[in-house]
Ligand binder design. Structure first.
Ligand code: AMP
Length: 278
């Protein structure tokens, strides 16, 4: 596996590749969720590029940019084992040198995490757009775990005419159902145990959903479940919304596209999850 630290060096390496390139952008502190995307790319492309870059423009002022977890050595070992071909670890100053142009989206980002984290998706779209232009992949891989991000990136690729196939990978979970996340490492023992609440809530919603059901009816049930089961000392709700998985709109009735989107603070750590209802 080749490790490159500058755009220039990456471009040199990429110019030698004539076959298909799969790309997996990450912020590092890799876990099996990331690795599942690398493995998918390795299967579907001749070469796989992974980037590790903690993108400052997608963090709000009071978020965890400064203390975002890092373990580059372990990341590199995991990527080697997964047969990744190139890992790109750029410096912030290299990526955002005198940057004045940003990419943003109308609609799609005014709900869920877009509403709760103003500016977040502008930062995400800007970095993904930059990385796409640097790497020029044939296919790029994103996790279902960040489903709104996946939808927004697909829309950017369509509207800005990128010739890149955006693919989605399943959510990889811990033994008890908690979605893997670099942020899980912040949780203390008790918080970690309680964090499974998000998955339990998803399972409860799935069990209680049926085709043609009024969305409001299911949302009311979900609210009741939250009030009854949540441990208020440790967990607080940021949102729990049912939206359509294609256009992220609110629909009156539950259909095969309906998804439950969750964001909860466990202690001070904000965790997200989502899943289809049918
Ligand atoms: P991040 O490093 O958090 O920016 O994530 C990089 C990519 O890995 C994104 O496309 C995420 O959606 C994806 N990802 C994160 N957690 C998981 C997971 N548990 N299962 C599958 N993909 C994931």
């Amino acid at each position: 596996m080749i490790i490159v630290y500058s755009i220039e060096d990456l471009k040199k390496e990429l110019s030698l590749i004539k076959e298909s390139i799969g790309f997996v952008p990450t912020m590092g502190y890799l876990h099996n969720g990331h690795i599942s995307l690398i493995e998918k790319s390795v299967k579907e492309n001749k070469k796989t590029v992974c980037s590790i870059f903690v993108n400052p423009t997608q963090f709000g002022e009071n978020e965890d940019l400064e203390k975002y977890p890092k373990d580059i050595e372990n990341d590199i070992n995991m990527l080697k084992k997964a047969n990744c071909d190139i890992v790109f670890i750029p410096k912030t100053s290299d990526i955002y040198k005198e940057n004045k142009v940003f990419v943003d989206i109308l609609g799609f980002s005014d709900c869920l995490c877009g509403k709760k984290r103003p500016g977040h998706f502008k930062g995400v779209l800007t970095i993904v757009c930059k990385l796409f232009n640097i790497v020029r992949p044939d296919r790029a891989y994103f996790g279902e775990k960040d489903y709104q991000q996946y939808i927004i990136i697909k829309k950017m690729v369509k509207d800005l005419n990128f010739d890149i196939d955006i693919r989605i990978g399943d959510i990889i979970r811990e033994f008890d159902g908690l979605a893997m996340s670099s942020r899980n490492s912040y949780l203390n023992e008790e918080e970690r145990k309680k964090a499974v609440f998000l998955y339990d809530l998803l399972c409860y919603a799935k069990k209680n959903a049926y085709m043609g059901q009024k969305r409001i009816e299911l949302e009311n049930k979900i609210e009741k479940y939250i009030i009854e089961k949540i441990d208020c000392n440790i967990i607080t709700k940021d949102y729990a919304n049912i939206r359509d998985g294609i256009d992220l709109e609110l629909k009156e009735f539950i259909s095969e596209n309906s998804r439950l989107f969750l964001a909860f603070f466990v202690g001070k750590i904000r965790l997200i999850d989502n899943g289809r209802l049918l």
